[in-house]
Design a protein around this ligand. Structure first.
Ligand code: MF3
Ligand code: CO
Ligand code: CO
Length: 296
């Protein structure tokens, strides 16, 4: 999702967002005692809808379908197919399972899945492009099942990847893992971004800033934004039953991106390779559960 704000900072020690002028931890953070209070506080302060167990179950079922769809994509992915072949498969498989592909017609997006090759960072539009041996193929699937949304992407190899491609993709996958491991009640959205950025940059990769993770479940893109970079303790404190994606995009070269004339396709400015991995997670009592699980 497009990064709408470059700065969100509501740390424990920051001024309370209610405008009292005193520290957040001494003000509104203390005013909520029951879980119900907390949920309405999050809606009012951040626009975040904390999910019920029933809603989480609905998102989990949508997530299972997303991951089944990924398994089908993996089966057909090889040099020689077109990005449209992936679109056709995702579109039909989704409909056959009683669901709707969320990307189709979303803000004018013309296809049912995003397929982003090599230097394409995200939001690649499927078409007649033939996938070649050695390409890296980011497939981003979002399904709506019974009104619930789940969102996950995976960067696949077509044939034999270059050494560079292998390193980038491995680093990106591991950076998602590092981000997910930061998720637990009491941590903040900024802790997730910090973990990802620290890991990725220590390996010489750069983190894309223009696109961020997002709340998800009852809608495609809900608050909060989940930055894949930033400072510890900033952003929104995580509480149980928040659902959101983490979806770092790592570039082998510099972090800057350009948007092509189609208004969607994001590419690295320096032409270097870009990879992405995404899961939808729910904050649990002592950590997180992935609602679109795959091995990291
Ligand atoms: N699935 C993307 C995300 O992770 C959003 C794609 S929007 C689309 O947020 F319109 F390009 F599909
Ligand atoms: Co997403
Ligand atoms: Co996605």
């Amino acid at each position: 999702m497009k990064n709408k704000e470059s700065k969100i900072k509501i740390g424990r020690n920051d001024p309370c967002p209610c405008g009292s002028g005193i520290k957040y931890k001494k003000c509104c953070m203390k005013k909520v005692s029951t879980k119900k209070d907390m949920d309405s506080y999050y809606l009012k302060k951040y626009g975040i809808r904390i999910k019920t167990p029933e809603e989480i179950d609905g998102i989990r079922k949508a997530g299972a379908l997303v991951m089944e769809t990924h398994k089908e994509v993996e089966k057909i992915l090889r040099p020689g197919i077109t990005t449209d072949d992936i679109n056709t498969l995702v579109h039909e498989f989704t409909l056959d399972h009683g669901a709707t592909p969320a990307p189709l017609n979303y803000r004018g997006f013309p296809k049912s899945v995003c397929v982003s090759l090599n230097e394409v960072v995200c939001h690649g539009i499927p078409g007649n492009t033939v996938i070649k041996d050695g390409d890296i193929v980011n497939v981003d699937i979002t399904s709506i099942l019974n009104g619930f949304y789940a969102d996950a992407n995976y960067t696949y190899f077509s044939g034999e990847p270059s050494r560079e491609a292998r390193i980038l993709v491995e680093n990106c996958k591991e950076s998602l893992k590092k981000g997910m491991e930061a998720v637990k009640p009491g941590a903040t959205t900024g802790d997730i971004g910090y973990s990802i950025q620290r890991y990725a940059e220590s390996l010489g990769c750069s983190v894309v800033r223009e696109f961020v993770g997002h709340g998800v479940g009852l809608d495609f893109h809900e608050p909060p934004q989940i930055l894949h970079f930033g400072r510890r303790g900033t952003g929104v404190p995580l509480i149980e039953n928040m659902t959101f994606t983490i979806e770092p995009m790592l570039n082998f070269g510099k972090k800057e991106v350009d948007i092509l004339d189609d208004g969607w396709t994001a590419v690295t400015r320096d032409g270097s390779l870009s990879a992405q991995f995404e899961q939808t997670v729910v904050v649990t009592k002592d950590g997180y559960e992935s609602l679109t699980p795959f091995e990291l």
